[in-house]
Write a protein that binds this ligand. Structure first.
Ligand SMILES: *[C@@H]1O[C@H](CO)[C@@H](O)[C@H](O)[C@H]1NC(C)=O
Ligand SMILES: *[C@@H]1O[C@H](CO)[C@@H](O)[C@H](O)[C@H]1NC(C)=O
Ligand SMILES: *[C@@H]1O[C@H](CO)[C@@H](O)[C@H](O)[C@H]1NC(C)=O
Ligand SMILES: [Cu+2]
Length: 243
């Protein structure tokens, strides 16, 4: 019995270690711990929405695509980071095991409250992305490789003209090392943006998640090994809105 329990625990660890997500943030210089996946939300307090597993989402139309598994709010434990438009946001992952695929960062306005918002109903816009930076599909430098080289972190700027208000920031890694089997790793955190100059993205920059991606997108249902000499990659989703 004890042996069975020990083996089960051992079997789970490598799976968790093989993937992961955003564990913490530095927002305009202040450090915030994220939600602790694999733990009950009861008693947790975080700016990050709940997420329950280090495993990827493998269906681009999954209902969890916006903010990961059970991305419900933490009730009274749910917090938001107050930050001026134009500030930098750094997300920190666990030791990230994948280097092939793009990094994408989105935001969405929540209206009056992010804590009560249903993330799949929001209008998301992209503020940052990096796909194939140089070289070819199998041997080149990807956004995700740059993330790994940079202390498993990614820094983006909140557009300085963005209208003040309550927003999500959503970091997404799309690992494409397995042929025709995308792996999406999204995590969301709540922000209260101050300052700015009242600008908002027009409708052609706004998408629903799920809704923006499909397996037929060239950058989603992709077999990099059958096209390894190619040096172009089409990052899925809308164009970046820079304000
Ligand atoms: C590297 O990332 C960790 C969080 O994973 C952070 O605590 C540390 O400050 C970072 N180091 C540097 C040099 O930024
Ligand atoms: C892809 O890039 C790698 C690294 O530069 C190189 O070794 C390899 O030959 C390239 N593959 C093709 C098919 O061009
Ligand atoms: C690379 O460009 C070609 C020609 O435009 C296109 O057909 C192909 O889908 C692109 N590859 C990727 C991975 O986006
Ligand atoms: Cu993985």
């Amino acid at each position: 019995m004890l042996a069975t329990v020990a083996l089960t625990a051992l079997a789970l660890v490598p799976m968790a270690a093989a993937h992961g997500g955003v564990l913490a943030y530095s927002i305009a210089g202040t450090y915030y711990k994220g939600f602790a996946a694999y733990n009950t939300p009861t008693g947790q307090s975080s700016i990050q929405r709940e997420w329950d597993t280090y495993n990827p989402i493998t269906d681009p139309t999954s209902s969890y695509l916006s903010c990961n598994t059970n991305g419900a709010s933490l009730g009274s434990g749910q917090q938001s980071a107050t930050v001026a438009a134009g500030s930098s946001v750094t997300a920190y992952w666990n030791t990230w095991p994948h280097t092939i695929g793009p990094v994408m960062v989105y935001m969405a306005s929540c209206g009056s409250s992010c804590t009560t918002a249903t993330t799949s109903s929001l209008n998301w816009f992209k503020i940052d992305q990096a796909g194939l930076i140089s070289g070819n599909l199998t041997g080149g430098l990807w956004g995700m490789g740059e993330l790994v080289a940079n202390n498993n972190s990614w820094t983006s700027k909140i557009p300085s003209s963005l209208a003040a208000g309550q927003y999500f920031i959503r970091h997404e890694l799309l690992a494409i090392h397995t042929s025709n089997q995308p792996q999406f790793y999204p995590e969301c955190a709540q922000l209260i943006v101050t300052g700015g100059s009242g600008k908002t993205p027009s409708s052609n920059y706004l998408v629903k998640l799920p809704g923006a991606y499909s397996m037929s997108d060239p950058g989603v249902g992709i077999d990099i090994y059958s096209n390894e000499g190619e040096t172009n990659y089409t990052i899925p989703g809308p164009a970046v809105w820079s304000g």
